[in-house]
Design a protein around this ligand. Structure first.
Ligand SMILES: C[S@@+](CC[C@H](N)C(=O)[O-])C[C@H]1O[C@@H](n2cnc3c(N)ncnc32)[C@H](O)[C@@H]1O
Length: 201
């Protein structure tokens, strides 16, 4: 397994990605045709930026990717990339309006800082996942897709259940490049239902 991790680490270095996480998104994209040329994509928890790098290539010059993170991005940005240095909880329409709301696709690779205390960490994960869903509920277009990193544990079932009420289809993914020992799994909500789009207040 270590060899597989080294493989992705080396590959990322050679291909100019700031992190190996790009290959998780690439694998899901290749299977599902998630990202299309011209798309406006919102990337929640984007630091250090490998999902933004991959997405920017896929959406091309007519598309856009907006990344958001509480950590400041260090990499340079291309003409179809933008970054907001803030907590996703503080997002509002005024902030997002210049970047193409409603978005065609919402991605979340967010992870909270952990304490080692199982119940506390589970609650933090669930809180963050629910925030990602809340963002998609407000600013993802009807019919759009939403990919959220979740973790097996107490947060998994409630989130899956919630997503099933808001998307036509929900599929789990465990990409090859994701460490086997990691409990991370990605939930893809396809086809956001219009009932979950209450519009802007
Ligand atoms: C695993 S990293 C993302 C890696 C990224 N997808 C990439 O490919 O480079 C998770 C990120 O989520 C961010 N994060 C956690 N909570 C957040 C919040 N409330 N608002 C914005 N970003 C958050 C963390 O700061 C961290 O940088």
């Amino acid at each position: 397994m270590k060899e597989v991790q080294d493989h992705y680490f080396k590959k990322a270095k050679t291909e100019g990605y700031v992190a190996r996480s790009a290959y998780k998104l690439e694998e899901i994209d290749q299977k599902q045709g998630l990202i299309r040329p011209g798309f406006c994509v919102l990337d929640l928890g984007c630091f250090p930026g490998s999902w933004m790098q991959y997405t920017a290539k896929r959406v091309g010059p007519k598309g856009k990717v907006l990344g958001i993170d509480i950590q400041n991005l260090e990499m340079g940005l291309g003409p179809n990339q933008a970054f907001l240095h803030q907590d996703i909880l503080s997002l509002d329409l005024e902030t997002l309006a210049p970047y193409g709301v409603p978005f065609d696709l919402v991605l979340s690779d967010m992870a909270p800082s952990t304490t080692g205390h199982k119940a506390t960490d589970g609650a933090r994960v669930l809180g963050l996942n629910q925030m990602a869903l809340w963002v998609a509920r407000r600013w993802l277009k009807t019919g759009g897709d939403c990919l959220i990193k979740v973790f097996h544990g107490p947060a998994f079932e409630p989130l899956l259940k919630q997503m099933k009420t808001e998307y036509t289809k929900v599929k789990p993914f465990k990409p090859k490049s994701s460490r086997k020992e990691s409990s991370e799994v990605f939930l893809l909500g396809q086809g956001k239902l219009s009932v979950s789009n209450p519009g802007e207040p």
